[in-house]
Design a protein. Sequence first.
Length: 215
Amino acid sequence: MPLIYHNTIVPEGELGLWRITETEDDLAPALDLSAEEEAQLAKMKGHRRIEWLAVRRLVHDMSGRVERMQFVKNEHGKPYLQNHDWHISISHSRTICAAIASPLPVGIDIQQIVPKIERIAHKFMRPEEMDSLQPNTRLLHLHVYWGAKEALYKAYGRRQLDFREHIHITPFAFAKNEGSFTGEVKKGLIHEHYRLRYHLEAEYVLVYGVLEARS
């Protein structure tokens, strides 16, 4: 599992990216899965099983611990580490998996670049966000917006968010390799402010967000 990126992203926080090269037989024995985790894995098929195993190996390696902390889910289905108070978020896209861990609520998304995102843009983009797109960078810019909304959805962690209605990204100018911007989750009395960052490589777009404030 070659390391692509591993760095501190906020005070005490960490971000990791790995390229998945192992087979399921390479990954599973080293994780020492619990009975509950074995049951979760048994419900999966195909490459999803390898992604599921790989991202857990990544988080364990990021932690530097000898004993692996198990992933569990809260009542909303949001993953967290058993017996640990840090927030985590995970994502995978076939050959790449990503994870972020922080004392603050965080969300992360990684995805391969695909033209079909154009077909669903109207479902997640607000008018002011659409207005910020430029023809020569439109496809990549759309992926950053989508990744930002996925990341904030995960950071919010309570489901029932409409990407267009409840997740607002402050329109930003697209930069070629990486950039930063801000976004908000607005639903009822909830108003959360996030700072976001993105990185682009040849085949994928990575976006992550960290909570700045609640008002």
